[in-house]
Design a protein around this ligand. Structure first.
Ligand SMILES: C[S@@+](CC[C@H](N)C(=O)[O-])C[C@H]1O[C@@H](n2cnc3c(N)ncnc32)[C@H](O)[C@@H]1O
Length: 442
């Protein structure tokens, strides 16, 4: 193993370790590294993440020591210039997958979801609210994508559902769910149905459906295809929003600065080797900062998913325009400074890096928002400004140029044509592309 190779691995792990930890399932050459993000790992979850685990802090410390080797500041940009930016990827790139086209999860990811205090209690509340709208033990529930501990199926049973159908595509996960249900004594109420929902026929239609299949880009886990099919076959009244938990999922987008993209550059580090695969961040990671107010780019309403209006929203080009916000950059700089200091850079070096990073763009960040019921919302980042906060969902950042587009002072226009190709088949991956430019000197 050459030192250069090892250096690349450590640096790359650091760069991709944008949650507290990341596991690398393959440790070959830089371009072939396979990253196991699997929606997320919880911040205090370390035991289930073999085989290579490097904390972001450690990676930064290592990186700071090596910064002189690899640092290359973003180029200053002349006025009246426009700089191209672009990225494209598929929904399974960088995520675990047991097929070429369907996202799957490891146990640590399931655990992070289950233990997310910003998610699971709100689902419980929404299920409780839906069941309370009818006499006890009168409703049939469907938990579509129940996972290994049949989490929401058991909650629905505990809260008084008459019957619960729990669908799960992954055979090992379905077996685990069956086991948990048996041990918890719910076999007379909960039935596990194994397979893709699109291949399953329910013994009876359900009153309501819980389907936690929202990705960090809302559609990346197949929600569009799955819910289109579920809408036609699984519910007594699918056009009533109250019968879907969540009833609506969204993705927001904003241009972003990214510390490590500034810190590491060629010749030792080639970001283009990510090949479009986005970097995934813990939503409260201060290494990523937003440069403009977020805009809505995906909006999927489950009760009207078959409507022409919804169809028109999907798979058509969206032309986005953001104006870089000088005030945001001013606020971001001290946060980035603290981050570089935590990474052991000297005060002077941290000052320089924070200033460069705060005034540069690495890509367009994306993250989800879910509507669960009356006044029950889950925001993975703060709404509407996109402030960092705790969530097991991630902020997804496609790196859109080899080096960050630097020299921003505020007022520059970021123009992006966004094409999301979200299929109507559950076993086909979604394709995402963003192509645009940063316009200076307006
Ligand atoms: C994000 S996990 C959620 C697990 C659990 N419901 C929870 O919220 O903690 C989604 C699960 O749904 C399953 N899944 C996704 N789409 C599915 C489909 N169309 N049919 C069957 N299972 C599906 C996945 O295999 C995965 O186990």
């Amino acid at each position: 193993m050459s030192n250069q190779w090892l250096l690349s691995l450590v640096l790359f792990a650091g760069i991709c370790s944008v949650q507290s930890f990341v596991s690398l399932s393959k440790t070959q050459t830089l371009g072939n590294l396979h990253l196991c993000f699997a929606r997320t790992q919880s911040e205090d979850e370390t035991s289930l993440v073999p085989p290579v685990m490097i904390s972001r802090r450690d990676a930064l410390i290592t990186a700071a020591g090596l910064a002189a080797l690899v640092a290359s500041a973003p180029a200053a940009i002349a006025a009246d210039t426009s700089v191209p930016i672009k990225a494209s990827w598929s929904s399974v790139d960088g995520l675990n997958s047991n097929s070429d086209d369907f996202v799957s999860f490891d146990m640590s990811a399931y655990k992070a979801m289950e233990q997310d205090p910003t998610r699971t209690p709100l689902f419980r509340k929404a299920i409780e609210q839906r069941l309370a709208a009818a006499p006890s033990e009168s409703l049939v529930a469907l938990d579509l994508g129940t996972g290994p501990v049949a989490l929401f199926a058991i909650i629905a049973a505990e809260l008084g559902a008459k019957q619960v159908y729990a669908i799960e595509a992954n055979p090992a996960v379905a077996a685990s769910a069956r086991d948990v249900i048996r041990k918890a004594g719910w076999t007379d109420v909960i039935t596990v149905l194994e397979g893709f929902s699109t291949d399953i026929t329910l013994p009876e239609k359900a009153d309501f459906c819980i389907a936690e299949i929202c990705g960090s880009v809302a559609t990346e886990e197949g929600a569009y295809a799955t819910i289109r099919d579920a809408h036609t076959r699984f519910l007594k009244e699918p056009e009533n929003a109250a019968n879907w938990i969540p009833s609506r999922i969204q993705t927001y987008a904003a241009p972003a600065s990214y510390g490590l993209h500034n810190l590491f550059g060629p010749p030792e580090f080639d970001w283009m080797k990510l090949n479009g695969e986005p970097v995934r961040f813990n939503c409260r990671d201060p290494g990523l900062q937003l440069l403009a107010d977020p805009v809505l780019v995906e909006d999927l309403s489950f009760c009207s998913i078959l409507s022409k209006a919804q169809d028109d929203l999907m798979n058509k080009q969206q032309d986005l325009a953001f104006i870089i916000d000088a005030k945001r950059m001013e606020q971001n700089q001290p946060l980035l400074y603290d981050e570089f200091r935590r990474g052991n850079s000297s005060p002077a070096e941290s000052e320089r890096l924070a200033s460069e990073t705060a005034h540069s763009l690495s890509g367009i960040a994306l993250w989800p928002r879910l509507f669960l019921g009356d006044d029950i919302m889950i925001d993975s980042r703060g709404y509407p400004s996109g402030t960092p906060q705790r969530s097991h969902w991630q902020t997804v950042l496609p790196i859109m140029s080899g080096r960050p587009v630097g020299g921003l002072i505020g007022g520059e226009k970021v123009v992006v044509a966004l094409n999301f190709d979200v299929p109507k088949s559950v076993t086909k991956s979604s394709k995402y592309s963003m192509d645009g430019r940063v316009e200076f000197g307006l």
